[in-house]
Write a protein that binds this ligand. Sequence first.
Ligand code: FES
Length: 144
Amino acid sequence: MRPITRKDFVNLINKGLMVTGMAAIAGPVVAFFFPSNLEETPSEPVLVCKVDELPPGESKTINYGRYPALVINTPDGLRAFSAVCTHFACIVKWVAEEGKIYCPCHDGYFDPQDGRVLAGPPPTGLPVIPVNVVDNEIFIGGEA
Ligand code: FES
């Protein structure tokens, strides 16, 4: 077996970079022509968790169709919203200490009761998702 020369090593690195570059270009093209078959908004209710797995003051971010949803156990009950900020689509999060939904990208704040904008640049509130509890399990969306 012949030893690997410097030229062999450089050629191997070049081929690796070429394959990586082609994959980086091909991935989005394939995704465009063969989009995910996930629904934009699920037509059926989506299970979040059991009621005791979401104690007061806590939140969960779950997959909801193509986008994440934020489910919060607020002092006034369970609330769910699209977790995609209406400004530039960053993912929002629940800040229990402040009692607000926060977008870290540009300091946007939303009301956990109805999703309306409290501060920052978001042009509109977060879309509300209906919440239902059935048999001690929390569901969002659809009609449970
Ligand atoms: S993306 Fe959320 S405030 Fe800008």
